[in-house]
Design a protein around this ligand. Structure first.
Ligand code: AMP
Ligand code: GLY
Length: 426
């Protein structure tokens, strides 16, 4: 079996690692692999977003399964092209990927499907956006409708901040992504990420997790792609997950199917949970990063089997719910100095051979060179620890992060603080 992983971040390293456990005999390929993926696969020297070249390459190399990690190639139609070339692809077509690539479209789908989300309005005219801010006031959230690498949402405490956000997004700072804005109600509560493997109708939940978007400890400072995660999440009871499945995921999938854009792949539901119940913060059309690096090490059953079923156009009817080990996983992202602002690359990385038990280091922005592994991105490594208890996983992830070294490294020492507070005897 020949499996192609498209993408080269921490999420893709975790996908490669898990699929290799599921199919040790398979041959793996990956596009421009990072320094941790390189020893595990055959590199393919085609960027993830060059969808024409990639589809041609995959067909020519008789790939049995292409797993598309990032949103950009999905939004550009890589899955559609692969399928047309006869290559089974895991990931939605461009039509369904709009659930992430256009927040305006996602809002429409949710409204039509009766799914609970923040009150929102969509603007392509700057004066109208500003008038809306004056009318509704702050706090308020200003979002670029298009893809913005996880940095397209600005939570604004004051009207002035909201005006500044509108100016920045519509003034060209976000390129095409900021041409249309979604301005929405600020929701309070606690966030939850739930991943669903879906054939477009039926869906199988993976272990619920929680991201840490802000750069600073105590959830302060600007948003990032995600600085850490843990799974499972204490407040995500069966009852809550049933509600999310029934009230949010099922109607959203049904509406996409009605729009002739059935979602086959991995639907990421970003949920805000408050006393009023679960509401959608965002949908993504792919696995979350860094949540995947916490969720997949916990997965006992095969990921490859349901992925293959979905990619080959099959059905999840009667499919068993994925199984996860007991205990918990905690992932600490180690980032470059300056991230999420400008940072430098090329700094040598030292990862000790001896790490705490249950620790796996997934690479993100790293590159293999003749002189060893060097930094090559903002988020550099994701240090995941699994253990029988949350507290042990948490301290081992932190110890692991402290043990990896490169110039100017930064990481949050408080990943999982909400769960720790929940578990602490009061
Ligand atoms: P998004 O780009 O939509 O994923 O938003 C990034 C982050 O901004 C989310 O994970 C939340 O922490 C925050 N956020 C986005 N929308 C809202 C909202 N309506 N209310 C409160 N926080 C939000
Ligand atoms: N961790 C958030 C995301 O993947 O979008």
């Amino acid at each position: 079996m020949r499996i192609l992983i498209v993408g080269n971040g921490g999420r893709e390293h975790a996908l490669l690692w898990k699929l290799q456990k599921d199919a040790p005999e398979a041959q793996f390929f990956a596009t421009e692999p990072n320094g941790g993926m390189t020893p595990l696969c055959v590199p393919v020297d085609i960027p993830a977003t060059d969808i024409v070249a990639l589809a041609g390459w995959a067909a020519g190399h008789r790939i049995d399964l292409a797993v598309i990690g990032p949103e950009a190639p999905l939004a550009a139609g890589l899955a559609d092209r692969l399928v047309r070339s006869g290559v089974p692809a895991f990931g939605p077509g461009a039509g369904a990927a709009r659930i992430e690539s256009s927040k305006a479209f996602a809002k429409e789908v949710m409204a039509e499907a009766g799914v609970a989300a923040a009150e929102a309005a969509t603007f392509s005219d700057e004066a109208e956006a500003r008038a809306h801010i004056e009318a509704v006031g702050a706090p308020i959230v200003v979002k670029a409708s298009g893809l913005a690498a996880g940095k397209g949402a600005i939570v604004c405490e004051t009207r002035q901040e909201a005006h500044d956000a509108v100016g920045e997004m519509m003034g060209g700072g976000f390129g095409e992504a900021g041409r249309v804005l979604v301005i929405e109600e600020f929701m309070t509560g606690e966030e939850l990420s739930v991943f669903y493997l879906t054939d477009g109708e039926r869906f199988l939940p993976l272990l619920p997790s929680q991201d840490h978007k802000r750069i600073g400890e105590g959830d302060t400072g600007p948003n990032t792609g995600g600085m850490g995660a843990y799974a499972p999440v204490g407040f995500a009871t069966h009852e809550l997950l049933d509600r999310i499945g029934g009230e949010i995921v099922a109607p959203t999938l049904a509406r996409l199917a009605e729009l002739d854009a059935p979602f086959r792949g991995l639907l990421y539901a970003g949920i805000m949970v408050s006393d009023g119940g679960p509401r959608v913060v965002e949908f993504n059309c792919r696995f979350g990063d860094p949540e995947t690096q916490a969720v997949l090490p916990m997965m006992k059953s095969s990921l490859l089997e349901p992925m293959m079923e979905i990619a080959e156009g099959g059905t999840l009817e009667g499919y068993p719910t994925p199984e996860f080990r007991t205990g918990a996983a905690v992932t600490t992202v180690v980032a470059s100095e300056g991230y999420p602002g400008p940072y430098t690359k090329g700094h040598p990385i030292r990862i000790p051979d001896a790490l705490p038990p249950g620790v796996v280091v997934f690479h993100a922005g790293t590159r293999e060179t003749d002189g060893g592994i060097v930094t090559a991105g903002g988020r550099v490594l994701a240090v995941s620890a699994i253990a029988d208890s949350f507290e042990v996983a948490r301290s081992r992830s932190r110890e692991g992060a402290a043990a990896v070294e490169f110039q100017g490294r930064q990481y949050r020492r408080d990943i999982g603080w909400r769960e720790a507070e929940r578990l602490a005897p009061s």
